[in-house]
Design a protein around this ligand. Sequence first.
Ligand SMILES: *[C@@H]1O[C@H](CO)[C@@H](O)[C@H](O)[C@H]1NC(C)=O
Ligand SMILES: *[C@@H]1O[C@H](CO)[C@@H](O)[C@H](O)[C@H]1NC(C)=O
Ligand SMILES: *[C@@H]1O[C@H](CO)[C@@H](O)[C@H](O)[C@H]1NC(C)=O
Ligand SMILES: *[C@@H]1O[C@H](CO)[C@@H](O)[C@H](O)[C@H]1NC(C)=O
Ligand SMILES: *[C@@H]1O[C@H](CO)[C@@H](O)[C@H](O)[C@H]1NC(C)=O
Length: 511
Amino acid sequence: MTKEREQKKPFVWLIGNYAAELKFLLTTLLLLCSFVTFFQFIPSRFTISASDLRVCISRVSQVIIPTPPSSISHLTTTTLSPPPPSPSPPSPPQEKLLPNGILKRVFNPYGSAAYNFVSMGAYRGGLKTFAIIGISSKPLHVYSKPTYECHWEQNINPNDTKTNMSKPMSTVGYKILPDWGYGRVYTVVIVNCTFSEPINNDNKGGKLILYASTSGGGDTNFNTTDKFEVLTEQPGTLDVSVFTSKPKYDYFYCGSSLFGNLSPQRIREWIAYHVKFFGPRSHFVIHDAGGVHEKVLEVLKPWMDLGYVTLQDIRDQERFDGYYHNQFMVVNDCLHRYKFMGKWMFFFDVDEYIYVPPKSTIKTVLDSLEEYNQFTIEQMPMSNKLCHTDDYGKSYRKWGFEKLVYKDVKQGIWRDRKYAVQPRSLYATGIHMSENLQGKTTHKTEGKIKYFHYHGSIAERKETCKVFKNSTKVTYDETPYELDTTLRGIAGVIKKFELKMIGSRLQKTRQ
Ligand SMILES: *[C@@H]1O[C@H](CO)[C@@H](O)[C@H](O)[C@H]1NC(C)=O
Ligand SMILES: *[C@@H]1O[C@H](CO)[C@@H](O)[C@H](O)[C@H]1NC(C)=O
Ligand SMILES: *[C@@H]1O[C@H](CO)[C@@H](O)[C@H](O)[C@H]1NC(C)=O
Ligand SMILES: *[C@@H]1O[C@H](CO)[C@@H](O)[C@H](O)[C@H]1NC(C)=O
Ligand SMILES: *[C@@H]1O[C@H](CO)[C@@H](O)[C@H](O)[C@H]1NC(C)=O
């Protein structure tokens, strides 16, 4: 059962309990309101103003307060608990007739609808530089120019509370908006804080504080500044050797937000394939935005136990409406968080399989691309329903990349590419490539490396083979396909590898 469903249950139960009272209340209110509405149209002493109506409406909306207790656990209680009874608010300024006969209208602002900044993480990028990753109100960034300032408050004497005061240093925060305008209520912001001298040089510790100013965006009358701590370095914890030493891993995978009803079997295949492909000096960071339900966790767990996979629960990001479960924020957080952990960093999805031709290995290919800090990877789009007649009747026993053997060969259409980078040279990243980096990028990787894309197969919990074909070239839905058994050919090797690495514990995994 998915987590999502579990959460809905208590809500239904709650409503069930209240149903009778609620129905009665709502009916009464409805009657009352219709009376009010009705009276409105009687032109006489019975006039009822619009404000009475508003009372009606607001009462109705107040009734629907019961919130499922389990969903509260998602959010901080402070945001959800009803505000303490406050004295009635001051009456707002009213419009007035000026002496010159002009009616001066007023605009009364209340509350604010999107946060100025929601921070996900802040990381060091070197002796003097930091990156702060977050999201921020999109209109604020699209229609105005909010500004950022970074302060570092250094501890003077970490052992003595009395003199443990800080002397602030400041620098302008340079912002990067990496999501190409895809955001919704929120857009992704990377604030790059680069100071003029090394920070926390004496290792006594300190704090990075971000000042986020609207600078007249939202309300031109105000320059609202929010000030908050984004990073603390405890005394004695800064290890500057990290920035220059050889990374722990050769290949680091940063996954974007996983959501939906994912197939455990497809995830099982994907992780086994890629651990085999990238080898022992690799690591995978998976971000769970609701997609890692119990059965998916089961197939990841063995690899987590072996130290190959780090699973991060990012479900709370759902409160903030950004692009596709805030995936641009998530991959940027991953980039900066693990910047010094991997020589190469890969960004692609769990329905995609990286492949290099038989005579090469991922190492030989990447060595040949060493001079580039970024390269992009060509896509091989595979059908998610066409299978070969050979598998008819036994397809349910085959792995996805084993049985989905028809490649879309339609010419002349742009296909997305995926990419890999040397993360130390990046300031921010996107989904299909980074535009904020130092050094060279190449797209000429044909014949060296490619990826097979099984779009639409990953959230399918039923048998994926829908149509069986018996030739090397077929046309289906007006799209030409060709048989491509490249990955089918190595399925046996991957299955054996999985068995060797984690034993038979996943043999019973189903769609
Ligand atoms: C911030 O930008 C500067 C270049 O403008 C770069 O040298 C530095 O590495 C960046 N910092 C981070 C943490 O990305
Ligand atoms: C703080 O205390 C620790 C251990 O008590 C000591 O090793 C360190 O030298 C002290 N640091 C300073 C700056 O006094
Ligand atoms: C000094 O400040 C640092 C960071 O603000 C804090 O971690 C540390 O505990 C403080 N030391 C004392 C003795 O208060
Ligand atoms: C708003 O305030 C910040 C912080 O004091 C300052 O850096 C910024 O320049 C101000 N913006 C404008 C438009 O005055
Ligand atoms: C598929 O084609 C081969 C050769 O053209 C033929 O021998 C075989 O019987 C066909 N199989 C099916 C299930 O149609």
